[in-house]
Design a protein around this ligand. Structure first.
Ligand code: SF4
Ligand code: SF4
Length: 311
């Protein structure tokens, strides 16, 4: 069963690993030094960096799951019926649209900032750095939003829409229609031209996030979830969450990982101590690294075997 508790823990785990990877990335390796100790440390850094190379976290997941994209549908009841676009991007968007027989106005709408009630302005400001989104036209401040089309959301998508990462319902209701940039193949016209609004890149739902983790850990490949409908994707994510938590967040596995990181940081930031001690620590980290890799591989294999039964 999907519990927000285990979900949050996995999220924290990914975040911690990402921080460690960033910390390692900031370490400057002394490639010019020839001595064998330096070379061994460099090799170890490379090995652990490679092992940690999860795709970008920090909310730029760029979900690619082919789920019918309920997250690209908006309701007239939403404060803004779409996502905001940076005014500086309008010329590029105009050029993309010029390939069709439509006009910019068919895709975006200009909203007078002062026409929004203060409470609504606050909500918008909590999601956007609003200064970057204001466009002055005749001294009137505007924001630019994607429009919604006349294509309504299906009952199926509405019923099965996954929850947000905070466990909240998406912004959908029966009157929701697709974003004007969503094409009939469920692909985004802007994205196809390398121009997705930041909000769209940063949004991922619980289902998309769990699938992202499974792919990051090489437990599943994107082709294995291709063609699954949204209800099955949700079910997969729901089951996978607890399996992941049960296998990867055991105290034994986490202790191994944390000891390895501590030993490794010590090795990196105290490289000029007694050579014997450094070598001993190096062996210790290498051993933990080996056991960690083995343990992770075994856990991921077991997770994969269980998850395959849900596909
Ligand atoms: S701009 Fe593209 S990704 Fe964003 S909501 Fe519209 S269709 Fe979806
Ligand atoms: S974020 Fe969720 S709803 Fe949006 S495309 Fe990914 S899986 Fe589908």
């Amino acid at each position: 069963m999907l519990t927000m508790k285990s979900f949050k823990t996995i999220e924290d785990w990914i975040r911690r690993r990402k921080l460690f990877a960033v910390c390692l990335d900031s370490v400057e390796l002394d490639h010019a030094r020839e001595d064998s100790l330096n070379k061994k440390i460099i090799d170890l850094v490379k090995e652990i960096r490679g092992e940690l190379s999860l795709p970008d976290y920090n909310c730029t997941i760029n979900c690619h799951v082919d789920c019918g994209v309920p997250c690209c549908f908006f309701s007239p009841l939403n404060i803004i019926e779409g996502v905001l676009i940076k005014p500086g991007k309008l010329p590029e968007i105009e050029s993309i649209i010029s390939e069709s027989d439509k006009k910019l106005d068919d895709f975006v709408t200009f909203i007078e900032w002062d026409s929004l009630p203060p409470r609504q302005q606050e909500v918008v400001e909590s999601h956007y750095n609003i200064q970057d989104y204001i466009l002055e036209i005749d001294r009137v401040k505007n924001i630019v939003s994607t429009k919604k089309s006349d294509y309504p959301i299906s009952q199926y998508l509405l019923r099965n829409a996954p929850k947000s990462l905070r466990g909240l319902r998406l912004w959908l209701d029966r009157a929701a229609c697709s974003c004007s940039f969503l094409q009939s193949d469920n692909k985004c016209l802007l994205h196809g031209h390398g121009l997705t609004p930041k909000t769209c890149l940063s949004f991922v739902c619980t289902t998309g996030y769990v699938i992202y983790i499974l792919e990051s850990l090489n437990i599943l490949s994107p082709s294995e979830t291709d063609g699954l409908d949204l209800a099955r994707l949700n079910e997969l994510a729901k089951n996978a969450t607890d399996i992941l938590a049960g296998k990867l967040l055991t105290s034994e596995f986490l202790a191994l990982e944390q000891n390895r990181e501590k030993g490794f940081i010590k090795l990196l930031f105290d490289p000029l101590g007694d050579e014997k001690k450094i070598l001993a620590n190096q062996m210790y980290v290498k051993d933990l690294n080996f056991r960690h890799a083995q343990s992770k591989e075994k856990a991921c294999q077991e997770i994969r075997e269980t998850i395959l039964t849900f596909l």
